[in-house]
Design a protein. Structure first.
Length: 328
């Protein structure tokens, strides 16, 4: 069979939703259709990095070209609103995260979408673990010492977050509540600006994704105090978890999922699901994900992903109500 024949067969399989092709058999060509992957955070953050990996790998399976469109603001909700209003023809999708789907609708007085009605879930892509870091000048090296210092110096410390309603915000509020300490929350539009201010010493702390903090920790510009996972991260094996430092069951991890607008054709959703899983579960991508601090996690089907959204929406609604956090 000629290369042209192979490419035609590849496109038929992808369109039919099978997604079973050799990535080396199909290379997008000039003039190929272009699809957009929306990200609710600035370029360079963990979600953006994974979206760009996806945009780089998908063309070999689908024959389309992909661009990443960053729309930061309101913890990902502005981007979700944009997706909800996008055409349901496969030209626009979003790599979203837990907060935008499951916590923001409960936390904000109004968001421009309905998480349960406005989207077609494709599938989970991975989990992003968070790590608590501080400026190197801070007089503590672990969570126990941080808590002691915060109690002796109430309201002296500050903590940055990626925005109101994000995991970096809610999980830190949970930690402060458990520890009985007062630390001023300073929200930013993404982890980048917040971490920049922590590195500069203008803010004391940040609970952010391992992918975002790793370069600063490696260069000595930030100190890692604890990981928000149940087990130590392979990329930071010497950093104890926050749970093993006296906060049992503490968790700061967010999941990532690919979404289409509601009413997108089910075969198209299934085709994208197959293409995403095939490209993102290759050994080189798996290794790269773990290298940046992402933990691969995939759905069994789009239906399972939709059921997961339903359960997470209910679960985090209860958590937000318990927290008492409510934003305009």
């Amino acid at each position: 069979m000629t290369n042209a024949g192979i490419n035609r067969r590849t496109m038929v399989l992808a369109t039919a939703g099978m997604g079973v092709v050799d990535p080396l058999q199909a290379e997008p060509t000039k003039g190929a259709p272009v699809a957009k992957i929306i990200v609710g955070f600035p370029a360079g953050q963990a979600t953006d990095i994974l979206a760009r990996m996806l945009a780089d790998k998908l063309p070999a399976v689908t024959g389309k070209n992909y661009i990443v469109d960053n729309k930061p603001g309101q913890g990902g909700s502005l981007a979700m609103g944009a997706l909800a209003k996008s055409p349901a023809d496969g030209s626009v999708m979003m790599l979203t995260h837990m907060s935008a789907v499951a916590t923001n609708p409960h936390m904000y007085k109004s968001v421009p979408y309905d998480s349960l009605k406005d989207f077609e879930p494709v599938g989970l892509l991975g989990d992003l673990p968070f790590v608590l870091v501080c400026h190197p000048s801070m007089p503590f090296n672990n969570v126990e010492q941080l808590v002691r210092y915060a109690k002796d110096n109430p309201k002296k410390l500050t903590n940055a977050s990626s925005g109101n309603g994000t995991v970096s915000h809610l999980a830190m509020e949970d930690l402060k509540s458990r520890a009985g300490v007062e630390i001023l929350h300073v929200p930013y539009k993404g982890s980048g600006p917040g971490l920049t201010d922590v590195v500069a010493g203008q803010v004391s702390l940040a609970l952010e994704t391992a992918a975002a903090v790793q370069p600063f920790v490696q260069s000595g510009r930030l100190k890692a105090l604890g990981a928000g996972t149940t087990k130590r991260l392979s990329m930071m094996p010497n950093v104890p978890t926050i749970a093993e430092q006296g906060f049992e069951d503490f968790s700061a991890v967010t999941w990532l999922m690919l979404l289409y607008p509601a009413t997108t054709d089910k075969q198209l959703v299934a085709g994208t699901f197959g293409a995403m899983n095939k490209t993102m579960q290759t050994p080189d991508v798996d290794a790269r994900m773990r290298q940046i601090g992402a933990l691969p996690r995939f759905s069994a089907s789009p239906a399972e992903a939709a059921a997961f959204v339903q359960s997470e929406y209910a679960k985090w609604g209860k958590a937000v109500r318990r927290s008492g956090v409510r934003l305009d």
